[in-house]
Design a protein. Sequence first.
Length: 227
Amino acid sequence: MGGTSLPRHLPEKWLYLAFAFVGGYGDAVSFVLAKTFTGHITGSLVLAAIAIAAHAWSGLAVHLSAVLFFLIGVFTSVRMERALAAWQRVKSPSAFLIIEAFLTLAAYVALATHATTGAEVFVVCMSLALGIQNGAFQSTGGISVHTTYLTGMITGLVTSEAKKTISATRDPKQSILYGIWVAFVVGGIVGAGLALHFKEKGVLGTTVLLLAIFACQTRTREPLFEG
């Protein structure tokens, strides 16, 4: 969980590898199907700048909405986490997983119905989902991580490698970051491949992944509701 989480609710490290896979998968699917990034801000802002230069105003609105709703998702997850911490009957990791799975399912429905605003609704739902994931699950093993974008972690890894001496022992925390990096890239490859082949049905892979994580998390940790 994020910095405000109670230690006893911290998910295991494997959960962050799974989330990184989901982050890469969701971002790749979003770019293939909606030509924008829903899991981080930088890429969408660059695309927004290109849209301005090209006078592509409809594209600009999509890219900016991705940025806005990603930030709303991050903000909402942090506020919800604080609220759920005071309500002991609801376990926040499971609650966030269910919300994210519902949003990804709604994103699929928006595209599958071929509605006029289907692409816009898809971007909003996916951006909210990945923003919530990014805000709710921010640290593991005593280090800060991101599971929907990698820029900061990659530059940190490169900097750490450059500062190490030949005889230096590898920091165990770096293996976590390397694992997250690999999981994100593999998730992106799988997500792009499925979206290119199955079109909007590829979005359902995100939902299935999240429900699988939910099942594993509740089985190994604690149920969503206490009896």
